[in-house]
Design a protein around this ligand. Structure first.
Ligand SMILES: Cc1cc2nc3c(=O)[nH]c(=O)nc-3n(C[C@H](O)[C@H](O)[C@H](O)COP(=O)(O)O)c2cc1C
Length: 399
């Protein structure tokens, strides 16, 4: 058995690519249209530099913080993703890994595991919803999550149903029945470790979405739920306020990239926002989240917790985001690659990589805690930042 440990997220991604059938790997890679936003999320982090010290460094470095009131041992939490078919334990493995490493779990309403099972694996779980179906159905989803013990609600607002990718979209079956498996078979045979993991668990990859219904109702298929979502008229800010009020507990609005929307999220009573472009899967051409973060954090950072997600692959990326005003980040593909490469241990490996990278950057920057990071710790190239939806300057840059 070769050493399962990997040293960077890039190595985990290469292993995931080797291990997963092409269509499953493609579903995780995702992105939309040209992939401009997907690429920019990562490229922009690479443009940010550090301004390190060499002496008077701190021997002790602290990473603990809180997100929506939940204690986390590092400023990184799990972003919700529909993880279908990556690993038989899916979101439960991710939740266990997050718990083992002392952080919180975001669970997608398009997840394959019931929220109760995920909360049992990690009590610090936030449930994520879209504006989908009627209000009764949304209330039933909230009720299910609340009864299961979810500690907060994430409402994801950025989705515009863009389905084309220049590199091709994978085929995802409606159900994994025998007919679909026969079509998958050539991919399965050439990826025996993926198939073996499912064979050992005696389960087929689950393509249903149990959390979009009330407990006891039959879980719709992924496409059944997606079709319902497509037919739902998009929400107004008053609708978001309604959700906030019905939920009652900690509430995070995910998908903010503009200053005016950040302010509206504050106005409807959000406790937190995530500066996000859905990892580049939504409207292609949206700037990298790290470019939009500084202005948003400056504008609303004293009113809500500001998180960021998109393109985080290293501990140093996390430190850059914190230096530019984020309280913590959420990761998507990084843990999906870890899950594909090594199940729960692979996700733990990814969280360890990020923790070590954060620690190393703190040491170099002469900081003893993530709470001490400031914009002085980083170097931004001219024209790096983007200020979208500002009072006078739409889309202009500064810095
Ligand atoms: C395969 C995949 C599925 C996703 N599914 C969801 C989802 O169901 N709900 C949601 O709010 N965000 C979803 N996202 C977006 C992530 O929560 C997150 O915003 C994004 O992955 C961050 O970018 P990163 O992958 O570069 O870390 C998904 C992302 C990917 C890659």
């Amino acid at each position: 058995m070769p050493n399962a440990w990997f040293e960077t997220v890039a190595v985990a991604q290469r292993r995931a690519k080797r291990r997963l059938p092409g269509s499953v790997y493609g579903a995780l890679l995702a992105g939309s249209e040209r992939g401009t936003t997907y690429q920019d999320n990562m490229a922009a982090f690479a443009e940010v530099g550090f301004a390190p010290h060499v002496a008077d460094l701190s021997a002790e470095r602290e990473q603990a913080t809180t997100v929506l009131g939940q204690p986390v041992s590092l400023p990184v939490i799990i972003s919700p993703t529909g993880v279908q078919a990556v690993h038989p334990d899916g979101e439960v493995a991710v939740a266990r890994a997050a718990a083992a490493r002392g952080t919180a779990m975001g669970l997608s309403s398009f997840a394959s595991k019931p929220v109760g099972e995920v909360v049992a694996a990690n009590p610090h779980t936030f449930f994520q919803m879209y504006w989908m179906g009627g209000k009764d159905s949304m209330l039933a989803q909230m009720q299910r999550a609340r009864e299961a013990g979810a500690k907060g609600l994430i409402v994801t607002l950025d989705w515009s149903f863009s389905h084309g990718r220049d590199w091709g979209s994978p085929w995802i079956p409606e159900r994994l029945d025998l007919k679909a498996m026969a079509r998958f078979a050539p991919e399965g045979i050439t990826h025996p470790r993926w198939l073996l993991a499912f064979a050992r668990s005696r389960r087929l990859p689950d393509l249903t979405t149990p959390n979009v219904t009330a407990v006891g109702d039959e879980a719709p298929t992924f496409f059944g739920a997606y079709g319902e979502w497509m037919q739902t008229p998009p929400p107004t800010w008053d609708d978001v306020r309604w959700m906030r009020e019905e939920w009652g507990g900690p509430f995070l609005v995910k998908g903010i990239i503009r200053l005016d929307d950040a302010q509206r999220a504050v106005d409807v009573g959000a406790d937190a926002i995530s500066v996000s472009n859905h990892g580049g899967n939504n409207l292609d051409g949206t700037p990298a989240t790290i470019r939009a973060l500084p202005a948003i954090a400056e504008a609303v950072g004293d009113q809500v917790e500001v998180l960021l997600d998109g393109g985080v692959r290293r501990g140093s990326d996390v430190v850059k985001a914190l230096a530019l005003g984020a309280r913590a980040v959420m990761i998507g593909r990084a843990y999906l690659w870890g899950l594909a490469a090594g199940g729960q241990a692979g996700v733990e490996n990814v969280l360890d990589i990020l923790r070590n990278g954060i620690d190393s950057a703190l040491l170099g920057l002469g900081r003893s805690s993530v709470h001490e990071l400031t914009p002085d710790d980083v170097v931004l190239p001219q024209g790096f930042t983007r200020v979208l939806g500002g009072p006078s300057s739409t889309g202009t840059h500064r810095g």
